[in-house]
Ligand binder design. Structure first.
Ligand SMILES: [Zn+2]
Length: 151
């Protein structure tokens, strides 16, 4: 799954969780759940992978900055934690590219690789997911705080 979709779903999780620690934990779990859904991938070459991954990484950073700025101050830490948790498992990609190793134990890397039902020609799934997660995150961020949160 594109990093942008992990970030957008992490923002949604943070907006709903409202507390940073659960948002981070659910964000990490959501990463593996989304990676297990059939999605775009199977790039065939490192060049093709980078043609998608570099813009995706830049869009993800822009989305993280924008959603952090848009989040109400009381929910901002949870939104940021949700996005970081949801994106964190994919730090192995730039780490492998730039430093030649992944920061995760081999078992995590193997699990992360094994659960990916990737195929080319599925960009539409990523775009649809981005639209849904983005719209849901924005809607959740616009919801007023619950009475319990005001005490
Ligand atoms: Zn992943």
């Amino acid at each position: 799954m594109l990093l942008t979709n992990h970030v957008l779903s992490g923002a949604l999780i943070g907006a709903l969780a409202r507390r940073p620690a659960p948002a981070f934990a659910v964000g990490v779990a959501s990463h593996f759940a989304l990676d297990a859904v059939p999605h775009w991938g199977d790039w065939g070459s490192i060049r093709r992978f980078l043609q998608v991954a570099v813009p995706d990484g830049l869009i993800s950073l822009a989305a993280m900055g924008t959603l952090t700025a848009l989040a109400p101050a009381d929910r901002r830490p949870a939104v940021l934690a949700g996005m970081i948790g949801a994106a964190l498992p994919d730090v192995d990609k730039p780490s492998k590219l730039w430093f030649g190793f992944t920061p995760w134990p081999r078992a995590v890397d193997e699990f992360h690789q094994r659960i990916q039902p990737e195929a080319s020609g599925r960009a539409h799934i990523e775009l649809l997911a981005a639209a849904c997660f983005g719209a849901a995150a924005l809607a959740a961020l616009r919801r007023p705080a619950r009475c319990a949160d005001l005490r």
